[in-house]
Every structure is written in structure tokens, then in C-alpha cells.
Ligand binder design. Structure first.
Ligand code: CTP
Length: 418
């Protein structure tokens, strides 16, 4: 079922290391390719020769081995496999992973990988229950590392408690799930790799005078998460961001702007792109004239004359050779959510609109959101999720749409990466 997939097995030092031999055999029976890294301590429990014989490939042991680096550099090893599994995982390697230490081949590879990581802890029960180990595991799980086991039972040290490495059958089941997920991710990456994406995010500031401005409550979290997610799946992303407190997403070219006018100019400079996602809460109006000096408060009533800002989403959606293949907008509504959002999609000419109810202020600063995706023919209500999960779900749908456009026979519509 997983023929052609590859798992990098990191074998660290523990009596349970012998179980990896059975694990390798069972994985290879499924057509999975195995690469092994054996730590110095691991080599005291299992021989490189046994691992090499069962995996049918050389075993990597030394960070500074010229031969290993020529055959396959450790960075390539970390990034070209589908999954990295640390079996068994000692307290030491878990601590290194949690703290980002990189002083041997195993820890360096773990720091360099961008693939799902599984750990199968095995150690004495006191070492496992120690707050240091528990806090390291909590850190790793928060980062998405999959931890299998340990289980309770007789330990090699003669004591009985929680610390035994999980059974091979449990490891196989989790690896199976991880591989299925990674196949799905791989399909998204195939569709997105090299595609150019433009994302707008955050609020805009429209100056009234040198100290005052008009703006809104947008935090930029949703737009930034979308940019990061598209980039993680291989797209070449430019994020045009209004002022936010967020750091620039990793792997994303970020252009910082203040006003709607600057945001529009930056977006036009980025065209052509395959996908545009307008998540910014662009201020609809700006002051008709910006005072060069601070406006004084003397006098009773002040009237501020406003003019409309350009609608970036509507402009990007206009038909023409530079129109992105897919244009996605957002609709922030406080009433009649779906009706207003559907109308907005048609009025602005975008392909999809993501509707979200902003009636209570919480959405703007929250990590969570509840959205509805409106396309020409459908309305899909997504469950309440974190903004990062919504971004992932959108990326998945964008990838599927782009793949479909290709199949329909319009590859010429897709921007060729320069
Ligand atoms: N948008 C834009 N440029 C503007 C205003 C909005 O690109 N000047 C985009 C937003 O990024 C979003 C969509 O248009 O993708 C809808 O924004 P929203 O604030 O919900 O609606 P408005 O167009 O501002 O309309 P209204 O305020 O009347 O609801």
C-alpha cells in the first residue's frame, strides 16, 4: 500500500533497539524503503551489520563521514524521506530534540527535517516520569511530533512500570496513518510546488495627520497563516501585509505596507500570480486630504471628509490576461452572513469567498474562527477550527482547484515560475 515510500529510522541506545529489526522487516514487506541512522549508544545494542542486512542499505553513523555525506548528505536524508521515526527514543535524544541540540548525525538530521516525526520512548520508569522528560515530551508533542508509548511492564533494569517501548504492531499502525497523511500532503505539494501566490493580510492604516489614522481590529493572523500554509506546501508566496504585531511567516516574501493605496501598488507589482487570497481588512475609506501637521482639537465639532479606497480584491478579479487563475476573497459580516457574502462574491468577481461572522469582536484577536466557503455552486460550512487549520483546509482546496484547472486543459493559464 505504501510502496515507494521511505522511512528514516533513527536507532538510539536502549535494550529495545533489537525490536527495530522486526520493525524493519515488517515495513519492508509492505514495500517501504528504510534508511537507518544508528547513534553511538544505539550501536552498543544493535549492530550496524544487522540493520544494513535487514534494511538492504548502508547504515549512517557519523556526521563527519565523508563517505556518508558523498553518498547522501544528512540534510538530504532529513528532507527526502517521507517520515522520520526515532525507535527507540532515549531520554537523551528526546531532550536533544526538545532543545534543538545538534551534536551528532541523529540530532542534526532531526533538526533539519521538515517531515513528520514519530518517537517511541523507551527508558527506565523513573527517567520517563521525571519532570524534565515529561516537559520535553510536551514540547515535542506541541510541535507535532507523534509519540507512541511507552507502555507499562517489566523493564530491562528489573523494575516494573511505565517505560517499555511500544509494541512493533502499534508502531506499524501509527506509521501507516502517518504515511497515508503524508501521501495526501504530497499530492497538495505536487499541485502547489512552484505556483505563485499572493496573499494580503492585516489591516491598513489610513492617515489623517502625522499621528492619527483610520483602521480596524484585524490582527492579520488568518492571512499570515494562509501565506505560511501555501509556502509550506511548496508555493512561492508573496505576502502583502498591513501593520500587524506578527512576525513574517517563514519562507514567505513579505512586503510591509500601511495604506490601501500602498497595498494595491504592492499587489500589482507582484502580478502575475496563479492564486490570490485577499484576507486583508482593507480600510474602505481614507481622509480626502492628509493634514501635514497634527490637527488641533480647538473648536467644537470636526468633520472629516472621507473618500473611498480602491477595492483590491475587485481589481485583482477583473477579467484579463493578468487575472490569477483563482481569486479568493474574505467577507467579514456582522449580519445576514451568507446572503451578504454571496452578494459580495458576485459583486467583486472573485471565484471564492470565505465568509466569517465578525459580530462579536473576538474573531479578530482569537486563534479560532468559524468560516463558510462560498464558490459559484456551493456553500461549505467548516467546523470551528484554529486559523492555522483553516489555512491548511484552504490550501488543500486551492491545490485541488489548481490541479483540476490543469486537468481541464488550461495549463497555459498557470503562471510559469520565472
Ligand atoms: N477588500 C479589498 N479592498 C478593499 C476592501 C475590501 O481588497 N478596499 C477585500 C478584503 O480583503 C476582503 C473582501 O474585499 O477579501 C471583503 O472585505 P470586507 O471588509 O468584508 O467587505 P467590503 O468590501 O469592505 O464591504 P463592506 O464593508 O460593505 O462589507
Amino acid at each position: 500500500m505504501h510502496k515507494g515510500r521511505c522511512i528514516l529510522l533513527i536507532v538510539s541506545g536502549g535494550i529495545a533497539a533489537y525490536k527495530t529489526l522486526d520493525l524493519i522487516r515488517r515495513l519492508r514487506e509492505k514495500g517501504i524503503t528504510i534508511r537507518c541512522i544508528l547513534t553511538e549508544a544505539g550501536a552498543r545494542f544493535v549492530s550496524p551489520l544487522s540493520l544494513a542486512a535487514l534494511s538492504g542499505a548502508p547504515v549512517y553513523q557519523d556526521l563527519f563521514s565523508l563517505q556518508d555525506e558523498t553518498e547522501m548528505g544528512h540534510i538530504r536524508l532529513a528532507r527526502e524521506v517521507n517520515i522520520v521515526a526515532v525507535v527507540p527514543a532515549t531520554a537523551d535524544i528526546l531532550a536533544k530534540m526538545a532543545h534543538g541540540l545538534a551534536d551528532d548525525l541523529a540530532s542534526t538530521t532531526l533538526l533539519a527535517t521538515n517531515k513528520p516525526v514519530l518517537v517511541a520512548p523507551a527508558m527506565n520508569m523513573h527517567m520517563w516520569s521525571h519532570p524534565a522528560t515529561q516537559s520535553n515530551i510536551a514540547v515535542l508533542e506541541r510541535r507535532g511530533v507523534q509519540c507512541v508509548g511507552p507502555t507499562c511492564g517489566a523493564l530491562a533494569c528489573g523494575e516494573e512500570g511505565e517505560g517499555r517501548m511500544a509494541e512493533v504492531s502499534d508502531l506499524l499502525a501509527t506509521l501507516d496513518t502517518l504515511l497515508s497523511t503524508s501521501t495526501h500532503t504530497h499530492q497538495i505539494e505536487m499541485a502547489m510546488t512552484g505556483r505563485r501566490a499572493l496573499v494580503t493580510s492585516g489591516p491598513t492604516y489610513e492617515a489623517i495627520d502625522p499621528v492619527r489614522y483610520i483602521s480596524n481590529r484585524s490582527s492579520g493572523r488568518q492571512g499570515h497563516a494562509i501565506a505560511a500554509s501555501l509556502a509550506r506546501h511548496g508555493a512561492r508566496v508573496t505576502l502583502v501585509s498591513g501593520p500587524t504585531l506578527l512576525s513574517d511567516p517563514v519562507g514567505v516574501h513579505t512586503i510591509h505596507v500601511e495604506s490601501a493605496g500602498e497595498m494595491l501598488a504592492a499587489c500589482e507589482d507582484v502580478l502575475p500570480v496563479d492564486v490570490a487570497v485577499c484576507a486583508a481588512a482593507v480600510a474602505d475609506w481614507r481622509a480626502a486630504s492628509v493634514s501635514q501637521q497634527k490637527v488641533k482639537k480647538r473648536g467644537d465639532v470636526k468633520t472629516l471628509l472621507l473618500v473611498k479606497n480602491p477595492d483590491i480584491l475587485a481589481l485583482l478579479s477583473q477579467p484579463g490576461p493578468r487575472r490569477p487563475v483563482l481569486v479568493v476573497g474574505f467577507a467579514a459580516e456582522t449580519e445576514s452572513l451568507l446572503d451578504n457574502a454571496c452578494r459580495k462574491r458576485t459583486a467583486k468577481g472573485c471565484d471564492w469567498i470565505v465568509a466569517n461572522d465578525v459580530a462579536n469582536n473576538q474573531v479578530f484577536s482569537s486563534a479560532y474562527n468559524t468560516v463558510h466557503l462560498i464558490t459559484e455552486n456551493s456553500v461549505t460550512c467548516l467546523r470551528t477550527m484554529t486559523k492555522v487549520e483553516i489555512a491548511e483546509s484552504l490550501t488543500e482546496r486551492i491545490a485541488a482547484a489548481i490541479r483540476k484547472k490543469r486537468v481541464v486543459g488550461s495549463p497555459e493559464n498557470l503562471t510559469q515560475p520565472p
